[in-house]
Each structure stands twice: as C-alpha cells, then as structure tokens.
Design a protein around this ligand. Structure first.
Ligand SMILES: *[C@@H]1O[C@H](CO)[C@@H](O)[C@H](O)[C@H]1NC(C)=O
Ligand SMILES: *[C@@H]1O[C@H](CO)[C@@H](O)[C@H](O)[C@H]1NC(C)=O
Length: 296
C-alpha cells in the first residue's frame, strides 16, 4: 500500500494524476454560452469533461424525464439542422452532445450512455449549469439545473449545480461575454476545491452554488453556506457555522451583495439536506467560506 501511494505521488509530480471524469448538463441547452465557457475552462483545468444537454432551452422542467424525439425545427441558434436525430453530437468534437428532451433526461443519458463510452464507467462527478439566472428558494423545485444534478445525486454520484444572476440566453458563438467567463472561472475553481479529496461531495445530495451578478464589478464573490428555505420552528439544526445552527437562506446571501450561496440540497425534496451532508461541504470548502456581515 505504501509503495502504491509513493508511486501515485511520484507520477503526480512528473505529469498529472488521472483526470477526473465529468458529465456536464444544464437546462439552457447544449449551445448555451455558459456551459460552453465552463466546459472549456474545466478542460483547461485538466478535467475530462463531456457535455450532455438538451437540444433547446428547457428551463423550468425540474426533474422531468421524457423520451428524446427528433429535432424537427433544429437545435437552439441553429446549432443543429432541422430534422436532426433525437440524440446527436458535434462531429468535430464528440464531447459535445445534445439530447432533444429534458435536462434530467440529458443528464441520465450522459451518465448511463456517454460516461461508459468516454470513461469506461460512471462519471466521477456531474456538473450542471452555470444556469443563466438564479435558482433560489422555491425555484429549486422546478429548476432543470437542480433537476439534472439530482439525477446524479440519486445514483450516488457527487453533483455540483451552478447558477448565475447575470446574463442572457445567447449562443456560445457570441463568447466571450461579460459573465460566462467569470462564472466559468469561479465554477472551475470551486470544482477544483471540491475534488481535491474524495468524496467529491456528499453522496446523495446536490451542492448548489448561486453566484451574484458579476457584470457590475463583483468578480470574486465570497462563499457563504446557506439553506434553501428559511428554517421553521421544527426544522432540524443546520451545521453550526458563523456561531449559529441556522444558516442564512440562499436569497439572504445573494441579497447581501458580492456573495455566492452554497446550499446542500436533498434531491427528493429539493430543499435543504441534513447537517451531516452540510458538514462535509463545510469541511471541504474550509477557508473559502465566510460569514455574512451581521445586520445593523
Ligand atoms: C463543433 O465543434 C467545432 C470544433 O470545436 C466548432 O468550431 C463548432 O462551433 C461546434 N459546433 C457546435 C454546434 O457545437
Ligand atoms: C443525511 O443525508 C444523507 C444524504 O445526503 C443520508 O445518506 C444520511 O443518511 C442522512 N443522515 C441522517 C442522520 O439523516
């Protein structure tokens, strides 16, 4: 065992350790500016990433999973021609795949069909988004960003969901934008920190990050651990953070300014996961986490 550890460490020093295999999905569609910018950034950081996303934007589909059907009028922004097959890929870059169905359907296809093909087995991680628009509070119930990440969580695969308040629905052909590259850089750095040690996330939960607007000067938001909805009188305690066992809500964090919320979500309810799952994320993020300024 000691010999193997030494060998891995030595190989790591010489080149890089085995790449982490990532299936990416979203609900804005496979040609959306944000997912393409993040795909490029994750690849540059050494992740072995493959996109499996809807052929057209499917916001608000939650965890809907429906059979894929031929693309009669073509993929979003003419990214595939009319009468294209139900499932397709970019012939010059087969890592870019579309599924003409819902976000959860495309994530499932990525995990069950593309991962064995590209990685020889299940992915190490599923990353969804960055969604164009925030996913805060009750919106998580219908979010395709959370819905597609939930497919992974339900299969025991670590899942990170990213959302950003800035931006418009535009094609990757219009990159760079004032927001996609910022979110791509932030999400990649967050993913590097989560994957610095195993497990890459709490098994069975989704880690959901909401970034504030970044096109007005806030390009390095600080992270705050959050909960989806306000705690009720009978809610279980959250992990103790910043001197309290009641985390602020995602909406509180985003309203506070240049802060990003980090919530741990139970895929079966799309609400806050238990304190054990939160504690793992707190430990992994360490000094990256901060406290909100106390209200005057
Ligand atoms: C397909 O990949 C090529 C090469 O990376 C790229 O130039 C082209 O824009 C891509 N098209 C789509 C729809 O992804
Ligand atoms: C906490 O949630 C995880 C799923 O994220 C589950 O596996 C675990 O059993 C839960 N623990 C408790 C104490 O409820």
């Amino acid at each position: 065992m000691r010999g193997i550890t030494f060998f891995v460490a030595a190989a790591g020093a010489a080149s890089s350790v085995a790449a982490i295999n990532v299936i990416m999905s979203n609900d804005d569609g496979w040609a959306s500016c944000n997912i393409r910018a993040s795909f490029d950034e994750l690849r540059r950081a050494g992740f072995n990433a493959v996109i499996s996303s809807p052929a057209v934007g499917r916001s608000g589909a939650g965890s809907l999973d429906l059979p894929a059907v031929p693309v009669l009028t073509g993929c979003e922004w003419d990214s595939c021609p009319a009468l294209s097959p139900a499932i397709g890929f970019n012939a010059s870059n087969p890592r870019l795949n579309y599924v003409n169905s819902m976000p959860a359907t495309s994530a499932k296809y990525g995990i069950e069909t593309l991962a064995p093909k590209f990685f020889g087995g299940p992915p190490d991680l599923v990353v969804t988004g960055p969604n164009i628009g925030s996913n805060l509070g009750l919106v998580n119930q219908i979010s395709g960003t959370i819905g597609s990440a939930s497919v992974a969580a339900n299969k025991g695969i670590p899942a990170l969901a990213f959302s950003g308040a800035s931006g418009d629905q535009i094609s990757y052909t219009e990159l760079p934008t004032a927001w996609s590259d910022v979110y791509a850089r932030l999400a990649t750095r967050f993913t590097l920190i989560m994957t610095a040690s195993k497990p890459y996330g709490p098994i069975g939960s989704v880690v959901s990050v909401n970034y504030p607007k970044v096109d007005g000067g806030c390009t390095s938001p600080k992270y705050v651990l959050s909960r989806v909805l306000p705690a009720g009188f009978l809610s279980d305690a959250d992990v103790t953070t910043c001197g309290s066992d009641r985390l602020p809500t995602e909406s509180d964090v985003i309203a506070a300014g240049c802060y990003a919320s980090v919530s741990v979500i139970d895929p079966s309810t799309k609400t806050t996961a238990n304190a054990t799952a939160q504690a793992l994320v707190k430990a992994k993020l360490g000094h990256l986490l901060t406290c909100l300024p106390t209200k005057a």
